[in-house]
Design a protein around this ligand. Sequence first.
Ligand code: G3I
Length: 383
Amino acid sequence: MQDVLLTVSLGLLASCMMATSNRDSPGSAQTAATLRQAAGDRVLIGTAIMSHHLDDPRLADLVARQFNSLTGENEFKPASLQPRPGEFTFDAADRLADFARQHDMKLIGHTLVWHNQAPKWMFEDESGQPLPRELALENLKHHIDTVVEHFKGRVVGWDVVNEAISDREDEYLRDTPARRAIGDDYIARAFEFAHAADPDVELYYNDYSIEQPNKRKKTLRLIRELQAAGVRIDAVGIQGHWLIDGPETQVIDDAIAAYASLGVKVMITELDVDPLPRRRGAGADLSAIEREGLDPFKDGLPDEMQRKLAERYREIFLVLMKQADAGTLTRITFWGTHDGTSWLNNFPVRGRTNHPLLWDRELSPKPSFHAVIGVLSTPAGAR
Ligand code: G3I
């Protein structure tokens, strides 16, 4: 009992010391404890950025010190890498790859196939009709071969296919240009092409709201089908675009366990917690744009909401670190670094002032940062 109390006290003391040093000097190099230090080798802690964010030295310094994994928020997507047939533009993504290597961060490739930010010519003709299957497969293979080979030895894992599961209750796979041209097996083919291009790179399926029972069931089916067909799949990425009041952490816990039971690793790949009101639920369905919405925290998040957000992050991290300690969850990536650059300033309502991440617009760590680092710093038995 005394041992437990001592461990709890030490854990709390450590997190308080870290919290204080971070609050005092958000951009300072002498800050003792960072997310990556606190996580150690139990779980990768990542962030998603755009290459131009590196133009801000304070932000670049914060990213390098706090995180040990990096995802390109937009610049590894097909529309960025191959805007026109055969015309590959790697500069921005290469800049991120160089930064990751320089700071010993594991680089994640996001993404090889997605229905958004995908060049139309890849799967459709000029009148919007699906290309013949063989031509579409050729385009898919050429894109994957070129991109995966380009980043060989630098990207540790690819989100091979992003958001292929339908949001509709009665539909398995999403209706997308790739699927219309190739058929349901566009997913399996993409994984095979990626594996052939780099047999050492890890391959992930990535999607939002797949912790929820309906999409979870379909994602489990997809993974089983890929496995039964002998297709390599290393992990499933639960994006984690969550709200301040949902989903329940039990749902997250159950989903991680269900995916892990299929023998794949689980990652939280795009974590943020939206404290603003919205009409529809959590997730990242880009068609769910709301024309008007309340924008109640334009001048900053009030203390009470800061506390609520921090408590929500704490309860989420308690579950995630329980799973990480059990070896089922291997990475947690935040979708952005500070509130000012979050995509949630424009979703589901354009132009709001949102506050979903661990650092505010001045790069000061928020109570949510202290909550997260507190959980990361507390030994499993003492949480
Ligand atoms: O690059 C153009 C720029 O030239 C133009 O002037 C400007 C005007 O709007 O747009 C810029 O493109 C924007 C792009 O982000 C880069 O900033 C697009 O409009 C904007 O729609 C795009 O949003 C991205 C979104 O994916 C849509 O593709 C977000 O930044 C990015 O965070 C978001 O990320 C997705 C993941 O990839 C998949 N999961 C959901 C997640 C959130 O939607």
